[in-house]
Each structure stands twice: as C-alpha cells, then as structure tokens.
Design a protein around this ligand. Sequence first.
Ligand code: MG
Length: 261
Amino acid sequence: MAPVLKTEEELRIMREAGRIVAAAHEAMRRAIEPGVTTKALDTIALTVLRDHGAEPCFLGYAPGEHPPFPATITACVNRELVHGIPSEQRVLIDGDIVSVDVACFYKGYVGDAAFTHPVGEISRSARRLMAATEDALAAAIAASVIGNRVSDVAKATSKCAARAGYSVAREYTGHGVGQAMHEEPQVPNWWPGKKSRVRWQDYDLRPGMTYAIEPMLIAGRPDLVELEDGWTVVTKDGSLTAHYEHTVAITEDGPLILTLP
Ligand code: MG
C-alpha cells in the first residue's frame, strides 16, 4: 500500500500530537537522575499524555507473537536497544544512558518520538555515541526533501553512523505515521545493496508524507538478542546503544518536524 498523504488540516493535528509527545519528553528529562526507576518515568509520561487528552499507543500493543506491551513508554538502558519494559526494579544509576520512546494518539492521529539521556556523569564514549546518533537523525531529516527517495533518507543515517565508527540496528526501522502508528513507508537506518536478500519498498518523497525516523546506533557489533520477557532487545556483545526519533512531514518548504515542543 502506498504511503497515505496527509492534508494540511491533518498535519496540523499531527503537530499537536507531536507537541504532546515533546511535553512528555521534557517532563521525563527533568526527572532523569540516579535513583529514579524506569517505572517512575513511565508514570510521568502517562500523566502528561492524559493531561493533554492523548492516549498512549504502546500500552496494550501486541503485534504478532508479542504479549501485550504493559506500559506507556519503552525505556532502554545501556545495552538495551528497543522495547525495554519500564519496571520498579530498574533503578537508573550514575553513568547509565537511558533511551525513552513515546507515541500517543490524539484526535485520531499519532505522534512518535524518542531520545537518549545521560544519568548523572557518563563516559566520553557514551556521550560520543549519543552525539553521533543525534547527528544521524539530523542528517536523515535533512535528506527528507522532495526529489529524494526513502532510500536517500536511509543512506543518510547509515553514512553518518559509519563515519563515526558505529553500527546501525538493521532489523528495526522508522515507519510511516498517521492514523496508525505503523504505516508505509518503512524508513530503515541502512539500505541494502543489490545482492542483499533484504528488500525495502522505496518511494519518492511527496508532500504530505509523514514518517518517524529513528536511528539506533550501536557502539559494537549489530547482533541482537530478544530477552525472555518477549519484548526487550539487547546487543549480543553488551555494547552501548543510543536512539533518537522524530516524526517528520514532507512539505514543499522542506522537512517539518512534528514532534518538537
Ligand atoms: Mg517511537
């Protein structure tokens, strides 16, 4: 199915949804410090969403074989790449980096964004990984212009990661966002060569296309393992990961970031 192109009115609502996600991010950023649990961050996000009349997308989400996701945010610490389940037992400690992803439904539309944040004093290598991941997101957003294709966005991400000496998560991609949390197109963080068995559908970028770009960079090897909780994905070699995400609209005037404050 081709990507759904949104009207200006739809983009206006999606911008509101994105602002609510940004408000949840801001509240969590203020709370992150050693001693805080990932469950506490989850409660903060849910409160902000509901205060704004929005509902969490992840809560109860159960694609394929997965058990229903039990929380508003995904919270991933250090080697955890995606889909970390918030927990009262998971206490953030000095030197951790934590990646938080939030998506909400608002007036029938979705906003989706993620960020990585330091807990107390972090290592120089962790800081460098975070900066490179933010750079990769910025490069992918800059490539989100008419005349380009989805593959150009994917290549912008992987080029940035490679230049900094990092791997990208190959199995997890950004995605179209609209009335559903996952629409066409998939927006990968790399683009396979002609001989690869992996195939993504490529599209010309057109005004009204909306998608979430979410580079996940890995300091070590890109091999991943899913934990027994049925959700949390970690790096096999234990290396650090970072994850940044914005929902973006393609417009005649260039990319419009929908999930800024
Ligand atoms: Mg997300």
